[in-house]
Write a protein of this length. Structure first.
Length: 67
């Protein structure tokens, strides 16, 4: 993660490739989140997206938590 924080070109390439992967398939609705990531806060943003995708059980009562 430190490499991505220090090298803006490498971070831009990672963000582009992740965005392309998220454009298709079951993760399409999270594509916008990848587009909103920034270089300084990348670590916690990716951790949050990971939680949303894999660790939170979706239901009516979870909307506030995800927001």
């Amino acid at each position: 993660m430190d490499v991505f924080k220090e090298d803006s070109i490498l971070f831009g390439k990672l963000k582009y490739r992740l965005g392309r992967k998220f454009q298709l398939g079951e993760f399409y609705k999270y594509h916008t989140l990848i587009g909103l990531t920034n270089q300084n806060d990348f670590q916690w943003q990716i951790d949050t997206i990971w939680e949303m995708l894999f660790n939170i059980k979706l239901g009516e009562e979870c909307y506030g938590l995800l927001e």
